[in-house]
Design a protein around this ligand. Structure first.
Ligand code: MSP
Length: 683
């Protein structure tokens, strides 16, 4: 057990400008998994997440919504299905949650700003440049891409204002050294990106105050300025520990920590943030890991594109652990990956239902069926296996192959024991290198090996002669329980709730669920009580799940559509004489029927006051059944030229009022009072 080791880890603090989506969930689940892994190892862990609540974008959003910025962010952070609820649902084990509108943070930021002003690293100047409001970022002309923001591709605006500047340029050499000569920033490919794009062209001083809006932390010694939102936001990693405030008092204990962030904000975390800390004379972060993006159809997910994936929906449909697992298993942590519902369902079915689910259910079922839920004494680890396991644990490689075609049950045991005994070290190495996807890959290799072991040993055949094979069968099942246990421990950071259930099904006591015991083959007592419980990972029917998801997505989209949409009014004017040429009359419906072979058309026989029936066809069957309309007084224009529709002549057109409601077209025929005689002219 690595005692007294401390691990402080953070997610970015998210903008509560909209509900969070699967991309934010991805980063938070990954960080949670890493935090839980360190706790599993016995380290003391502090895991921080939170929300970044200031800035012009939030101010604008609140204005649009007709509420104050504080009310706006309160709702998204604390309200129903808000940020807090989402992390609770996803079983996120953060120890602290910081909101940049928290009082203690606000005061600390004012002190931090003043400290850098006092030491000469912040000075007053005038800012001329290009500003991207959605990203809250200033850019120089040379950084723009096709004249637009290089991050989000949206147009930028010219901005000039009196502003405070941070002497970022002063720290260029030290930041370059940090990036190039240490392993502070990972993956390594991001180092080249940062150096080439930002350091090589020359670091310019950074504008760190704004006067063009007010939703921010005022500079206390010059209150018409608010602190630039990134200075406010980045400092959260230390204010949440009590830096320059007395809400907490463990800055010294926890800092420096590990900042996990998405690739698009690596620039802020690997250049500006270290430079700020250098200016403050504080230790630099231990690490910045820049993970990749989840893409949709190869492109960015964004609320404005209307293509965000709702984590609530997926967690509710497939289960929180299945969703957590999918996110970590499928996408290499440092690279981009394409999200799709098909991939999610496939991963659940292949890895969880088939591989892990089958191993657990077959093993527990067989212990129940053949031994009444408890293996006999002597079924556990053998002396040879114990020796093998410790060799493997110490890193020896052992040749374990039988001559071609030879069946050797003891060799199968040895292969399984050595695969499971080597697992914890391999897993640890991957997790330490921020490669949870690789750690999972290794676990699943062992799970697949165990399923193969079932086939190799054919327990059902052994069970046919319990007198002769009972001992062997018990040992086979013990080895399967042991493998399940080891994998269960290492899967706990990924799927905490399901693994607790798995331990209860295989009867593993607390001491056999620990990090240490994951490396000690044979830790499961022979006589545990095994129960075949609920199926932890039911198979998902691909087609019906996809249909359900599509329907839910359509429903959700509808909810975001405006309640009522009206046709725009025409700009073009018609003169009065032209208008008077249209002959509108009250017409009474004498008969109405659906036109054969058409799902739209209704054929009306109308009394128009002339004594001769008038026939009009109208494509409104979607909105009315014929029998609803007989006897009604409607309005028609009667001097349109005749028109043939589906072989019937139509003489005129019925008038209706139309609008769109929640994206759906609505139509109401103009109906007038019954007392008005047919043929009355409207003018
Ligand atoms: N508020 C800033 C961060 C300040 S940290 C001091 C911010 N917020 S954000 O709401 O835009 O969240 C950005 C982070 O969310 C990304 O860095 C990433 O971790 C995560 N993701 C958002 N969309 C994502 C994907 N499509 N895919 C993966 N992660 C994504 O930037």
């Amino acid at each position: 057990m690595e005692e007294n080791k401390r691990f402080y880890v953070t997610t970015p603090i998210y903008y509560p400008s909209d509900k969070l989506h699967i991309g934010h969930t991805y980063c938070t689940v990954a960080t949670d998994t890493i935090a839980r892994y360190h706790r599993l190892k016995g380290e003391e862990v502090l895991f921080l997440t939170g929300t970044d609540e200031h800035g012009q974008k939030i101010e604008n959003k609140a204005k649009e919504a007709g509420v104050t910025p504080q009310e706006f962010v309160d709702n998204i952070v604390e309200g129903p299905r808000g940020v807090r609820d989402l992390w609770k649902l996803m079983n996120i084990s953060n120890d602290r949650f910081i909101r940049t509108t928290d009082d203690y943070h606000v005061k600390a930021i004012q002190r931090i700003f003043k400290k850098m002003y006092d030491n000469g690293d912040i000075y007053k100047g005038s800012y001329k440049g290009k500003y991207c409001t959605p990203c809250e970022s200033f850019w120089t002309e040379s950084q723009l891409k096709d004249g637009c923001c290089p991050d989000c591709g949206r147009p930028v605006t010219d901005a000039e204002e009196e502003a405070y500047f941070f002497r970022l340029s002063k720290y260029a050499d030290r930041v370059r050294d940090l990036l190039e000569n240490t392993d502070f920033l990972e993956p390594r490919s991001r180092v080249n990106e940062m150096v080439r794009n930002f350091i090589d062209p020359g670091l310019e001083d950074l504008c760190v105050s704004r006067t063009s809006f007010t939703w921010g932390i005022p500079v206390d010694f010059d209150p018409k300025h608010v602190v630039y939102v990134w200075v406010d936001a980045l400092s959260n990693y230390i204010t949440a520990l009590g830096y320059e405030n007395d809400k907490y008092d463990d800055y010294k204990k926890w800092w420096p920590g590990v900042n996990i962030v998405g690739k698009e904000i690596v620039r802020f975390h690997s250049i500006i943030w270290p430079a700020m800390l250098m200016s403050l004379g504080e230790p630099l972060p231990k690490k910045c890991f820049g993970h990749g993006w989840l893409l949709l159809d190869g492109g960015k997910m964004s609320k404005s594109k209307g293509n965000v994936v709702d984590p609530y929906l997926l967690a509710e449909m497939f289960g929180v652990d299945a969703l957590r697992f999918f996110l970590m298993r499928t996408f290499p942590f440092g690279s981009d990956g394409n999200f799709s519902n098909e991939l999610l369902i496939q991963t659940i079915n292949v890895d969880l239902a088939n591989d892990l689910g089958n191993l657990l259910s077959r093993t527990t079922a067989m212990v129940g069926k053949y031994f009444g839920g408890q293996l006999p004494a002597g079924s556990g680890i053998t002396a040879d296996e114990s020796q093998l396991a410790s060799l493997i644990r110490m890193g020896s490689t052992v040749e374990l192959t039988a001559p071609e075609g030879e069946v050797d049950p003891v060799l199968y045991d040895a292969q399984l024991v050595s695969a499971a005994s080597a697992l914890r070290n391999i897993y640890e190495n991957e997790m330490e290198h921020f490669a949870p996807h690789k750690a999972l890959e290794e676990i699943f290799k062992v799970i697949q090996r165990a399923n193969k072991y079932i086939d190799e040993n054919a327990p059902w055949a052994l069970a046919k002669d319990m007198d002769a094979n009972g001992d062997r069968l018990a040992h086979v099942l013990y080895n399967l329980l042991e493998t399940t246990r080891v994998c269960g421990i290492l899967l706990t950071p990924f799927m905490p709730e399901s693994m607790a259930k798995l331990f209860s099904q295989i009867g593993a006591p607390a001491e056999a669920q620990t990090w240490d015991s994951a490396d000690l083959w044979g830790s499961l007592p022979e006589n545990v009580t095994v129960t075949k419980g609920e199926n932890l990972f039911p198979r998902v029917d691909m087609e019906s799940a996809l249909t359900e998801l599509e329907a839910a997505a359509a429903e959700a989209k509808k909810a975001t559509l405006p309640a009522i949409e009206l046709e725009p009014q025409l700009e073009e004017k018609v003169d009065f004489d032209t208008f008077c040429k249209s002959d509108f009359r009250v017409v009474k419906v004498k008969a109405c029927e659906a036109v054969k072979k058409s799902d739209k058309l209704l054929r009306f026989t109308l009394d128009d006051g002339t004594g001769t029936d008038r026939q009009i066809l109208s494509g409104i069957h979607k909105f009315y059944e014929p029998e609803q309309l007989v006897g009604k007084n409607l309005v028609a224009i009667v001097n349109l030229p005749p028109r043939k529709m589906m072989g019937h002549e139509s003489n005129g057109m019925l008038l209706s009022a139309i609008h769109t409601e929640k994206g759906e077209e609505k139509l109401h025929l103009m109906m007038v009072d019954d007392s008005i005689p047919a043929g009355a002219k409207l003018c």
